[in-house]
Design a protein around this ligand. Sequence first.
Ligand code: TK8
Length: 364
Amino acid sequence: MTTITSSPHTTRPRRTRSRLTTLMMATVLGLTSLSAAAATEMPPIPEVTGDVVEGDGNDYSLKFNIGLTQSSAQYRGLEYFKKIVEQRSDGHIQVQTFHSAQLGDDLQSVSALQAGTLEMTAPSTSPMVSMFPQFAVFDLPFLFPTPEIADKVLDGDIGQQMLKDASTKGLVAIGWAENGYRQLTNSKLAVTSPSDLDGLKVRTMQNPIHLDIWRTLGANPTPMSFAELFTALEQGVVDGQENPWITIESSKFNEVQHYATETNHVYTPFITLVSERFWDRLPESYQQLLREAAKQMGDYERQVSRTLNDQIKQELKDQGMQITELTPEQIATFQEDLAPVYDDWRDKIGGDLIDRIRAESQAQ
Ligand code: TK8
């Protein structure tokens, strides 16, 4: 049985200790059976559908590297991708999967794709805005009120055009998946309003809008690669960070962050990328197979991510994290404070694009 919390291969020794401490504390509180029973089960990897695809007689192998750990929904998606591609190519395409930034963080992986030393990766769109400024739209706070609206945008004309536009500079963009709604964690205090953030050192993704968001709210933001984040939190280089619940748990941030606030301030997509050098070597039939597999991976990964989101929030609570759920009024305070971020970025990003996304929300 695969569980999201049992990740013996990714657990570093020093983390095991704090995990143990957490478990011992839970025992004292009589919570062991609760948290053990809550061990999250991933929705099963679906059976592969579709016929075997004829290639050109050659064998190919591709390395697919991501930043999140083996217990993330994202990695689970990669396992499904591997299964589809290997089965439907009748073993002519071998997929090797890598997690936890083993072959580099988001930006390093994208460079490796361009250089042709790595075949696939799926970064958050946010660190890529220096290459593709239009991705900045996904960094605007509170733009996607529900995951279904995000799907409509990403799977509809806007998202499909963005994939085309991002298929340049040595990259081929073939699909979307979800990182998800971001939540704030920190080691200092229960945050209920922007005034609590005064001077708090918050790690952000390497992205100017995220910097702007946290500066506007009064925090002291520091951009940093995700690969450096656990150590930075553990050593107190930063006080806090923000990521979806599933990432907070699969990266064990709760072991070094006592407080969390359910802010849902930004919805971050993952974009599935292939090295153009590799792509150009493939027969068209295999290019099409990768596109189909990327689509199925994205749909499944979203399903896993959404099924687990609330469950994992509960598990984090059971493990002792103090989670603050904001009232609509408290959320409104964050939204009002962040209005200037919209004003500052609207023209740079393109007001049209923002309006089209807003229209999708209203059409619901
Ligand atoms: C993982 C990152 C991560 C992102 C971040 O490679 O950097 O905080 O949310 O998921 O893409």
